[in-house]
Design a protein around this ligand. Structure first.
Ligand SMILES: *Cc1c(COP(=O)(O)O)cnc(C)c1O
Length: 465
C-alpha cells in the first residue's frame, strides 16, 4: 500500500515510512493512494469475527508490504487483550433505534486507546527491525497524553516525553499520566498553559540539536495515519452487529480534530453501508460552521465541559477536503495557504459532495448537561460529556425510521465527574476496577519553567542509552 500527500508534492511513502513521518514534506497529510474494498459477502462474513480478528481483516491491506501478516496478528491480539471488556467495543441500546458504542474500555478510559495502544506496538516492532530508537514528544490537555504513555510504556525503543500545563489538567487525567512508571516515561509539568506546551513541542521539531544524531523525533498527535487506520475497525464492528450489509447504519461522532469521524468516512469508502455521518461539535464549532455556511475560519477557543473537543481548527479535515476537491493536491495546497492567512469558502461542488454523507450539529454546555440528565433518567445510563454531545446530535438529526444511529461513546463518565455533577446526576461515576487505586498510586513528574532551554536540557539528560 502506498500513501500520498494531500498537497500533491511530497513523495509517496509505504506504511512503515508513514508510521515514522508526521506531516508530509509539502505540509500536507498522508492518505492511502487507493482504499481497499470489501464486497457485501466479505462484510456478511465479518459477523463471525471477534474484535481482534476483524481488526486484522480491516488493517491488513493498509500495512501490506510493510509488516508480515502473522506479526501483525500478534500485535493486534496483544493490543486488544489489554481492553477490559470481552466485546472490546460493546454496543448499548438507548431506545428503539439509538445505540451507543462504548469505546472506553481501554487502559485510559477514552477511545484514543484503540489507536495509541496499537501505535506503540507498531512503532516498537518497526524500530526493533531497523535497530533504531526514537523520541516521542507530545503536548496534552487531557486524553492523548495518558493514552500515549500507556501505549508506549513497554516499548524498548521509545523514550516518551509528554508535556502538560502544570496544575491545569484534571486530577484523574494527571494521575493517569503520572502514575505510570517506567524509565522511558517522562511527564513534564510546564509552568504555563496548553499553548505554551504545544509551542515547545513545535520548537523541538524545529530545533532537534539536543538529540543525538541517530535519534529521531516522532509525533503521536491526531494527524498520525496509523491512529486513523485503527479507528476504522469499530465502524465495521458496530454496523455488522446491527445488520450490515443488509441494513445501513448512521453514526454520530463527537468531533474535535476530525480524526475519529474521518475513519468512518473511510469505512464507507471501503464498502460499509453508512447512511449518514453526524459531526457533533461543542461550542468550538468550526466544522458545523463550514457545513452550514461554507466558510472555514478560525474563532477564539472556548473552554467547555468537553475539553477533548476544544479546538479551533480540525487538522484532519484537510484529508476530507482532498477528496471533496477531486484529489487535486495543487488545489488543496492553494486552499490551505489561503486558510493560513484567513477565512476561505469551500466550492459549491465540494459542499454538495460533503452534504451527501455528512450532517453537523452544535451542542452547548447546557444541552450537554440536559442530555446527560435525560439519558440518566430514562435509561439509567450515564454518558460522559463528549458522548452526550454525540447522543444529542443523533437525536436531533432526521433519518429514515429504519436506520439505527450509533453514537460513539468516546470517554468513560468517571473521567469527567464534574460535568456529571453539573448535570445534576447524584450518583458519582465510579472508576473501573483496574483504576480503583488510582488516587493511592505514587506519582512521578517533573515541574519545569515555561522555558524551552530548560525542557531541552531535561530531555537531553534523560534519554535512554
Ligand atoms: C480526542 C477526543 C475526541 C475528539 O476526537 P477527534 O478524533 O479529535 O475528532 C472526542 N472525545 C474524546 C473523549 C476525546 O478524547
Amino acid at each position: 500500500m502506498k500513501y500520498i500527500s494531500t498537497r500533491g508534492k511530497a513523495p509517496a511513502l509505504d506504511f512503515e515510512q508513514v508510521l515514522l513521518t508526521g506531516l508530509a514534506s509539502d505540509g500536507g497529510l498522508y492518505v492511502p493512494e487507493h482504499l481497499p474494498r470489501f464486497s457485501a459477502q466479505d462484510i456478511r462474513d465479518m459477523a463471525a469475527l471477534d474484535y481482534p480478528a476483524l481488526a486484522h481483516k480491516i488493517i491488513a491491506p493498509f500495512v501490506a508490504g510493510s509488516i508480515p501478516d502473522a506479526d501483525l496478528k500478534t500485535l493486534i491480539d496483544d493490543t486488544y487483550a489489554e481492553f477490559r471488556h470481552d466485546a472490546v467495543a460493546p454496543l448499548v441500546q438507548l431506545d428503539s433505534n439509538q445505540w451507543v458504542l462504548e469505546l472506553f474500555h481501554g487502559p485510559t478510559l477514552a477511545f484514543k486507546d484503540f489507536a495509541l495502544q496499537l501505535l506503540g506496538r507498531l512503532l516498537d516492532y518497526v524500530l526493533e527491525r531497523r535497530h533504531q530508537k526514537v523520541v516521542i514528544m507530545g503536548a496534552t490537555s487531557g486524553d492523548t497524553g495518558s493514552a500515549a504513555i500507556e501505549g508506549c510504556k513497554r516499548c524498548k525503543n521509545i523514550d516518551i516525553f509528554i508535556l502538560h500545563p502544570h496544575q491545569r489538567v484534571s486530577e484523574v487525567q494527571r494521575r493517569q499520566m503520572t502514575t505510570v512508571v517506567g524509565d522511558n516515561i517522562h511527564n513534564l509539568a510546564i509552568e504555563g498553559n496548553f499553548d505554551d506546551c504545544q509551542a515547545m513541542v513545535k520548537a523541538s521539531f524545529a530545533d532537534r540539536s539536543f538529540l543525538p544524531e541517530d535519534r529521531s523525533l516522532v509525533a503521536v498527535n491526531s494527524i498520525n495515519w496509523a491512529r486513523i487506520m485503527a479507528q476504522i475497525v469499530y465502524y465495521f464492528y458496530a454496523a455488522v452487529a446491527l445488520g450490515a450489509p443488509e441494513r445501513s447504519v448512521a453514526f454520530s461522532v463527537p468531533t474535535g480534530n476530525f480524526g475519529d469521524i474521518f475513519a468512518g468516512y473511510l469505512a464507507q469508502g471501503m464498502g460499509l453501508p453508512i447512511e449518514r455521518l453526524i459531526i457533533a461539535t461543542n461550542t468550538n464549532d468550526v466544522l458545523h460552521r463550514v457545513m452550514t455556511t461554507r466558510s472555514y475560519d478560525r474563532q477564539p477557543l472556548v473552554h467547555t465541559l468537553s475539553p477533548s473537543m476544544d479546538i479551533t481548527v480540525s487538522s484532519n479535515f484537510e484529508r476530507l477536503l482532498f477528496d471533496l476537491y477531486g484529489r487535486d493536491g495543487a488545489a488543496i495546497a492553494d486552499l490551505m495557504q489561503r486558510f493560513d492567512k484567513g477565512e476561505i469558502k469551500l466550492s459549491d461542488s465540494a459542499m454538495a459532495r460533503a452534504a451527501e454523507l455528512f450532517s453537523s450539529y452544535r451542542v452547548s454546555d447546557e444541552e450537554t448537561c440536559a442530555q446527560i440528565a435525560s439519558t440518566w433518567e430514562r435509561c439509567e445510563y450515564l454518558l460522559d460529556p463528549h458522548s452526550a454531545i454525540g447522543v444529542r446530535a443523533a437525536m436531533q438529526t432526521k433519518l429514515p425510521a429504519h436506520v439505527p444511529v450509533v453514537t460513539l461513546a468516546t470517554a468513560h463518565p468517571a473521567k469527567f465527574p464534574d460535568a456529571v455533577a453539573k448535570a445534576g446526576v447524584e450518583d458519582r461515576p465510579g472508576l473501573p476496577l483496574h483504576l480503583r487505586d488510582l488516587y493511592d498510586r505514587p506519582e512521578r513528574s517533573q515541574v519545569l519553567p515555561n522555558d524551552f532551554a530548560a525542557v531541552k536540557d531535561f530531555m537531553a539528560a534523560n534519554l535512554s542509552a
